[in-house]
Write a protein that binds this ligand. Structure first.
Ligand code: ADP
Ligand code: MG
Ligand code: MG
Length: 875
């Protein structure tokens, strides 16, 4: 079976085999765009390479040689020829775009002889030697693994000795001198001469590109982006075109629309007399694409036309690499451009309006997770801000943090819970862990398509780049703007939408949602079958949830209401009560407080269902810490023996010790509390019904759904349900107001799921509490698991995901299926939903949709995401 394809043999549908870059190079070749000739070694060959102990198989070698011969015929050039040498690039490219994570070698085929031929043929020795030294540097870095630092240091030395300020000042003779010192560096590091045989250069480079699939940064990138590691990378061998041939040459990158805002305007940048990586590497700050119109009017016209065709062809915003050689345009890459959430929304909506894509397609175009970016807070303009400097607004969003210059430190501080802003002259793929850990990134060099900008936009971090006013001093760990010095760990605020760097912390406010946001979500609402509710414990969250489009509250946790400062003493009284009488006294004080809690929420949610879970956590959570209390008692015994305070504290300590549990997660909590202290649940139900009756009498519709937590046996629910019904009847009798309510339960222990047919006889609804259900199914206590071993489990692939973040479909999911099936067997109209953290996670939402649940419930800020994910699941 074939492992190597000429560009004219492939197409964009072959990404799995040819990688994204190769497949699109093939597609562009076929639609007649000016793509330099070349061929692609498939990612299957990469897998073979690894399977055969990192060796290229003989058949594949033969295919490569045959393809090379065809490339030589197409170009009329020959690898290693001293008359008309072929020079090629060796480019990585996997099925998922991993920009800059893997390796590429340019100008391959250069050696001491061919460089002379290139000099002669181009009549441009300066160019020839510059290209040769670039090749030595890149090949040495990628293949021989010699740090570029050594080469840069050497170049710097020579530049200084000659009094030059920039590379274009070096002559052919100067570059020759650089080359000979470069060769010495290679000799010193490898104990061998720089390889002169182009065929050897080629195969070593192919191996190196295969190897780069497993370099550290590629592995980290795949982990962050959940890209499986079995795909492997393809390798593209492509004949070189040169942007460094003089003032009529250049290289650049452009997006067919603005990847930051989504505006439909060509957006990009280029450098005259430069080669490939110079633009992305951020070594020089490039010119905006618009000035190309003056520099090279014809090329610009042609390029605009290419952009139009590519966007029309792919029906999506494209990210395009191009090079101009002596006024001739070549296209070197195209892909669907990475974009911010804001841009994703605007582009999707505008493409529908332009008639390019359907509404359904638009819904599928936006990554639900990305929506979170739009809900980021922004700087409150009411406050005065001291603007230190302004750079390029490369990725929107505001962020505050402490300045760090080192990506490792960024990661470390982030782990310690600090917010940081990473400041660098430029970033490289080795810095991604630091970018990931930071709230935002600032660079002093590089443009809007530089590495930092692309990566930050991909991650939804705010980013300012090319802020040249920033003089960064790595030695002193500080940067300076004019007279102002900002030191490591000083706090700054950055606004990636305006490019402003601001001293100190600035208050932030909630974002305004764009009209595209509302529109796309309204399209999503038409498609989805699943209802989306929110988890909210107070009127403020309830209002937020409504604003984001929630259709009810799926989980209102009442314990948070008990934890407010003014209530804790009363809650403690209730817990410390020695008799039922005493307990009822305390509960009577809590009753009006609970009523006011519910009133706010019911009012906010007028007419929408509100699921209220009765008290769930073990009582000792409301009492002071045992250790702490014991110390206080000991102190009082010395300082104030016989005091009333001491007596009270001793009593408290005794009760705390009584309530202490060795396994609180599985202890006296949930419905078990309701069984032991029915007066607590009774008070809660009374508060709910009193409030409902009050509001109903004012004409406000209230739909309370009372939920009993942690039920494992139908008898538990039976008793509690009766309690709720009796309480409702009493309130209705007292107030004369008819209240529509339901009583249901959370399914969060395996036994409940397995006996759901019995439990359904006492329940109007089931809400799968997948946080606890995951704990009880795996037998993991979440707090211990996440801190201690889960990370290892995921890293070592024992588990594919953290089951508390992504629903475990094989285990927990199976229990949910059983629960639904058995429950509906008893009660076909049984309402079902989920209310764990999973209710706001894309793949879990898809699962819920497939299982026919009625709703998911998630935190207010994830409601938009859930609406979109539910629509995608339904399409
Ligand atoms: P990456 O995946 O990191 O973007 P690429 O394979 O796209 O790596 O190559 C890096 C740079 O080299 C790009 O700017 C690209 O345009 C340039 N380049 C690659 N192949 C050629 C070629 N045959 N001729 C000229 N420039 C090239
Ligand atoms: Mg590229
Ligand atoms: Mg629970």
């Amino acid at each position: 079976d074939k492992k190597v394809y000429m560009f004219d043999e492939g197409n964009s549908g072959m990404k799995e085999i040819l990688g994204g870059k190769g497949a699109n190079l093939a597609e562009m070749t076929n639609i007649g765009l000016p793509v330099p000739y070349g061929f692609t070694i498939s990612s299957k060959a990469c897998n073979d390479y690894y399977d055969s102990g990192k060796r290229i198989q003989e058949e594949v070698k033969a295919e490569i040689l045959a393809s090379l011969a065809r490339l030589e015929a197409q170009t009329g050039k020959e690898l290693g020829s001293t008359v008309n040498p072929l020079l090629v690039s060796v480019r990585s490219g996997s099925v998922f775009s991993m920009p800059g994570m893997m390796d590429t070698v340019l100008n391959l085929g250069m050696n001491d002889q061919t460089v002379e031929a290139v000099a002669r043929l181009t009549n441009n020795p300066r160019f020839a030697y510059d290209s040769y030294r670039r090749f030595i540097q890149m090949f040495s870095n990628v293949v021989l693994e010699i740090d570029v630092f050594y080469f840069e240091q050497q170049l710097e030395k020579i530049r200084e000795a000659k009094g030059y300020h920039s590379d274009p000042e070096l002559s052919a003779e100067d570059w020759k001198e650089v080359i000979s010192t470069y060769k010495q560096i290679v000799k010193k590091h490898t104990k061998e001469d720089f390889p002169q045989d182009p065929m050897q250069q080629l195969f070593l480079s192919i191996n190196a590109v295969f190897d780069s699939w497993n370099n550290q940064r590629a592995i980290v990138y795949r982990q962050l982006n959940k890209i499986p590691s079995h795909y492997g990378t393809a390798v593209n061998i492509q004949s070189m075109v040169f942007g460094n041939m003089g003032e009529d040459s250049g290289t650049g990158v452009a997006f067919t629309r603005n990847p930051s805002t989504g505006e439909s305007l060509l957006y990009g940048e280029y450098l005259i007399n430069a080669q490939g990586e110079d633009v992305v590497a951020g070594i020089r700050t490039p010119n905006p694409i618009q000035t190309l119109q003056q520099d090279m009017p014809q090329v610009f016209e042609q390029f605009i036309e290419v952009c139009r065709r590519l966007e029309e062809h792919y029906q999506d915003m494209q990210d395009i690499e191009f090079t101009v050689e002596h006024g001739e345009l070549f296209i070197l890459q195209t892909r669907n451009g990475k974009r911010t959430a804001q841009a994703a929304l605007r582009i999707a909506v505008e493409m529908v309006e332009e008639g390019v894509i359907s509404k359904k397609e638009a819904i599928l175009r936006v990554e639900p997770e990305q929506l979170n970016q739009l809900l980021h807070r922004r700087i409150d303009d009411k406050f005065e801000k001291i603007i230190l400097a302004k750079g390029l607004p490369a990725s929107p969003g505001a962020a505050t943090g402490r300045v760090v210059f080192d990506p490792d430190e960024a990661e470390q501080l982030n782990n310690e819970g600090e917010k940081v802003i990473l400041v660098r002259t430029e970033t490289t793929p080795d810095d991604i862990h630091g970018i990931h850990a930071a709230q935002g990134v600032v660079t002093s060099r590089g443009g809007m398509t530089s590495h930092a900008a692309v990566v930050a936009r991909g991650m939804g971090k705010s980013c300012i780049c090319g802020c040249e006013a920033l003089k960064i001093d790595m030695q002193l760990q500080q940067f300076q703007v004019g007279e102002t010095i900002v030191k490591r760990l000083d706090t700054i605020t950055i606004d990636g939408g305006t490019g402003e760097i601001i001293i100190g912390e600035i208050p932030m406010i909630d974002p305004e949602l764009s009209k595209e946001f509302e529109l796309l979500l309204s399209w999503a609402d038409e498609e989805r079958t699943l209802d989306v509710r929110a988890n909210a414990d107070n009127p403020k969250d309830a209002k937020k949830a409504l604003e984001f489009g929630a259709e009810g509250i799926g989980l209102c946790r009442t314990e948070h209401m008990f934890m407010e400062a003014d209530r804790v003493p009363i809650v403690q009284q209730m817990i410390l009560a020695e008799t039922e009488e005493q307990r009822k006294l305390a509960l009577a004080k809590l009753l009006p407080m609970q009523e006011s809690d519910y009133e706010g929420i019911f009012e906010a949610m007028q007419g929408l269902p509100v699921t209220i879970r009765l008290l769930d956590p073990p009582l000792h959570e409301f009492l002071p810490d045992k250790e702490h209390l014991a110390v206080e008692v000991a102190k009082l015994q010395i300082t104030n023996p016989g005091s009333k305070e001491l007596a009270e504290k001793e009593k408290l300590l005794k009760r705390v010790r009584q309530l202490d549990e060795s396994n609180p997660m599985l202890g006296h909590r949930g419905v078990r509390l309701g069984i032991s202290f029915p007066e607590i649940y009774q008070m809660q139900a009374e508060a709910i019904f009193n409030t409902a009756a009050l509001l109903e009498s004012k004409g406000i519709t209230v739909i309370p759904e009372i939920m009993i937590p942690l039920v494992g046996h139908v008898n538990e629910l039976k008793i509690m349900r009766q309690l709720v019904i009796d309480t409702a009847a009493a309130v209705q009798a007292k107030t004369g107001v008819q209240i529509d309510y339901t009583v249901g339960t959370m399914i969060e222990v395996p036994r409940a799921a397995l006996t759901a047919d019995e439990i359904a006889t006492e329940a109007d609804f089931f809400s799968f509490g997948t946080n606890d259900l995951t704990q009880t199914t795996f037998g993991y206590s979440r707090d211990d698991a996440e801190g201690k071993f889960l990370k290892d489990y995921v890293e070592n692939k024992i588990l594919t995901d953290n089951p508390f973040a992504v629903l475990d479909q094989a285990g927990v999911g199976e229990l949910i299926k059983t629960g639904i099936k058995l429950g509906k067997q008893t009660k076909p109209a049984l309402k079902t939903g989920i209310c764990g953290e999973h209710g706001g996670e894309t793949s879990s939402i898809e699962f819920c949709c497939l299982q026919g649940l009625d709703y998911v419930s998630c935190s207010p800020y994830r409601v938009p995401l859930a609406r979109l994910a539910a629509a995608q699941a339904a399409i």
